[in-house]
Design a binder for this molecule. Sequence first.
Ligand code: ARG
Length: 445
Amino acid sequence: MKLWQKNGTDTAEVDRFTVGLDREMDLSLARADLLGSLAHTRMLATIGLLAQDELADVQRELKAIYRTVEQGDFRIEEDVEDIHSQVELLLTRRIGETGKKIHSGRSRNDQVLVDLRIYLRREIYEIVGGVERLFRTLQRLADRHKEVLMPGYTHLQIAMPSSFGLWFGAFAEALVDDLAMMEAAYRICNRNPLGSAAGYGSSFPLDREMTTELLGFDSMAYNVVYAQMGRGKTERVLAQAMSAVAATLNKLATDNCLFLCQNFGFIAYPPELTTGSSIMPHKKNPDVWEVMRSKCNRLMALPNEIALMTTNLPTGYFRDLQLLKEVLFPAIRLLGECLGMADYMLQHIEVKHDILNDPKYDYLFSVEVVNRLVLSGVPFREAYRQVGLEIENGTYRPLREVHHTHAGSIGNLCLDRVDALMAEALGRFGFDRFLRAEEELVAEG
Ligand code: ARG
């Protein structure tokens, strides 16, 4: 029987259709749901809606249920509609009538909202951890291989000398910018919608400052109508930030596929990190990077999917919003896997030395030759013309030394500056606030 049912009638078909995968999805929200209730009930006691002994019972049991979630033993029963109903049901079974009091001043609409924000901010924290680990690996590789040159391309035509230092470092720096998007998502996510109830507040004098503080939110989402509008928006903005990370991984994956191709042959992986063919015995395919590319393409489609699912919805709650969990939650896992796998692969990458000694790369140095003439006093346009003619008449000779010293170039990667940018980006999140608040909420005694 549902929370909202006043008699015992139920239609299995309607239940199957409307609940769908929601029980499964809601398992991910269990921890957050309990944290929300731990804070809400402490607040209810301060405004006289729960007596101190009732609060003690509720807190003890909520913490006990929380532990079952942490141990992986928590279930949502077959005929229970969602996580919110399951927690209330368990509580009522254990402590009777008091369990039925915890919903005062609250609706499942703001419950699911606060759950999502508590859940998503932690997922952002995990994603940021994955990004940081990959960043460190890329920076290490950039430093280790900063002297190793490789061709740089434009239009996939050889252009100018580049280096593995530049190549690895570029992806590291991209991740710093991706975190700016992620921080925006975090800021929008980490605001407290609890107290907006069904979407229009409550006639109880709810202390929303208190729950905001207890749950470690940056601030509350003040306007109760806007708090509800946050559903869909939070998901969409997070999806956009995830898609920024995915775009970086996607380019990294494509470069890896290309550079592993025998026609390039710039990098190698141990055989166990490549995959074979059922017919061609020599094959060592970059399936990991290909699958990564495809997974990241799916992630890049996510903001669109969410935008379409929420387009043209008026203000106020709609059940449409429930389905966002089904697209967002698996995508978060997918991104985590991709970040971990990219890091794992790169820890085993081997780079080829002396690539540029091959005469097919001679023209990479044409700009070096032009610049040398410029340094001897020839105006750039004239030097450009001279070298162009040498190339045409076959007298061009490459100058294989590379002298790039300005900031961000082959000889001066500024890795320490990029490290500092990353440290700043990480510091701006301020995860400590919610981590401490959550610890405090579940602490015994
Ligand atoms: N499972 C629902 C969701 O995700 C919970 C909120 C239900 N609220 C309602 N008014 N039916 O949206």
